[in-house]
Design a protein around this ligand. Sequence first.
Ligand SMILES: Nc1ncnc2c1ncn2[C@@H]1O[C@H](COP(=O)(O)OP(=O)(O)OP(=O)(O)O)[C@@H](O)[C@H]1O
Length: 697
Amino acid sequence: MSQTLKQLSNSQSNVDHPLLFVGDADSSELLHQLDNWVNRGWLRALDRSFATFILEQDLQAQASVLLAAAMTSHQLGRGHSCLDLVATLQAPDFVLSLPPEGEEGGQLPSQWLLGLDVAQWRRALCLSTMVEDRDEPQRFPERPLVLTGQRLYLRRYWNYERSIAQALSARLSVDVVTPEKLSGRLDALFPDTFKVNDERHSDWQKIACALAARGNFSVITGGPGTGKTTSVVRLLGLLQTPAVEEGKPLRIRLAAPTGKAAARLSESIGKAVRELPVSAAVQEAIPTDVSTLHRLLGSRPDSRNFIHHRDKPLELDVLVVDEASMIDLEMMACLLDALPRQARLILLGDKDQLASVDAGSVLGDLCRNAEAGGYSEQTVAWLEAHSGESVSAPGLQTAVGAGDPLAQQTVMLRYSRRFDAQQGIGRLAKLVNEKNAAEARSLLDQQLPQLLNLKLRGEHDAALTELIINGKGDAPGYRHYLEQLRDQRPAKDTPWDSSLWAGWAGKVLGAFDEFRLLCALRRGPWGVEGLNQRVAAELRRCELLSGDQGWYEGRPVLVTRNDYSLSLMNGDIGIALWVPGPSAERVLRVAFPRNDGSGGVRFVMPSRLVEVETVFAMTVHKSQGSEFNHTALVLPDSLNPVLTKELLYTAITRAKHWFSLVEASPGVFEGAVSRNVQRTSGLALQLQDELAKLQRT
Ligand SMILES: Nc1ncnc2c1ncn2[C@@H]1O[C@H](COP(=O)(O)OP(=O)(O)OP(=O)(O)O)[C@@H](O)[C@H]1O
């Protein structure tokens, strides 16, 4: 069982050598300490190297500057765009990665920072020739660290935040021509009065369309099935109809951060476009193919730079990006840089999901007031006049004066059409989101058909493997896809170039997506690595697989890095299958969905797949943008910083019909529900500054 930081702190205070403080220590003592933390896995070697680099460039840098540099670098690896000095002094030990199991010795950051206050720390940083103090007028653009207020950045991330803030504030201040006859067109697109249980409610989808039609930047957020896709398709109909009538159709592009998310949007958008009450010509002028953001921007192999940027902007008039919660700071900055100023950008996503894997929490930052609305009286009057809907919902607040310009272009959809709010999955997701652990637990205890709860008696409890292999009741486990693999295989004499092979592979991939095992962690018996081995061994024991090492038929793999030569994206999933080769010999190939909305499959030689891993179990982070009929989440036996309500919410909302919660120890679920992800970011503040500057000019 992992030790808590408190236990560790207690054990540290017993060490017999005297404690060092950043105020007294010299740089070599501090670097020695960093080595110690790297050896323990508390810090990355990269973070230590950055501190060394700072010292090489500024031999006078104080120990507190080197410590801040290493911590800032480390924070990036944990998704924070900067180091908040005040928050760090309040809880220094949470800045490093939690100690691995059972390790002792060494001095904790809280002990190093004893006695240091934020003013002293800032002073030491400002003395260094490696830090630019943005609160002073003098500029040093070549310095690698940027200090602004209590936030310390690596320059690149400060630049990303600033360029996003500048680009968004510029977009928010552009006057946009709204489509003519807006009210009439909206009524035609939303012919039905919105009712829940026969009671009339405000139609937030219609309000969202009106709001997005009047600006060239808007955000539509909402939980699963709240109608984001449907709303945006109606918005595209609204924008494209007058353009087609004028003979100048808009160039519309659709994108998502991952191939999987792009494929899902492609599917749902196709259906929504076919149902759109507009002419065939307008329907045809709304694309249904969805590209990944990397493909849209034109990635270059082995380069962070894209083909499209401000000097070679994208050729489009409207861009819709789905699953925007997965967009990190760097991607958002590149996207905005490549977008022509007059083009409309519409972001769709669920603000309550986990933030991006890489640094930043762009959608969360942009939607921080979405629930309360914060519309000005002027916005409310405009929306009500054009949509004919009352802008009202529980908890909605009106802003004083003109309000925050971003809030005037942000809308939250509030009613899920996929999850009945009264049913298991929807209710559990809502309670977790509200941090209501007690009611979430009592809901789990009710044994509703949609919600399965497995409380394990130890690491080797067979109930877990039973659930993973056989599922429970109608909820499938992995046996299902392996039986499809075996039973639907084309006859042996089927020619190698017959489409039956791809059809079979497509069915196997589809069946694999019926169930997914999700983990919070990567390491240990409750993490992806341990569970992948356990599941493969068990499937082999049940004779559902013929191997569990290397490449074997039925092995599902996850691509962990974009491979442009193979057109495979990080997050794509394939399954190894025996298929006939052109020369009679059967060959093992990995089938991947084409992800182009065609439902097609392509085969790749296993030897060409370098960056892949087995994916019976996957992290919740990697599951974003996907949905499975049955989703099982395994919680580890002790609390860990990654366990938060966002992680639980994301896992629960991956489930379409059944959600299984597997608990290795009591209390961990409750602990996770009560904590939320707090990503340190200055994006909201930078945006406020930029908007204030614009208002002054
Ligand atoms: N106004 C509407 N009238 C009728 N059905 C609707 C409407 N809006 C959405 N739906 C239906 O509700 C379901 C969910 O809608 P949609 O796919 O647009 O939601 P979403 O928020 O994009 O979902 P997610 O992102 O979670 O996949 C779909 O089956 C869609 O057809």
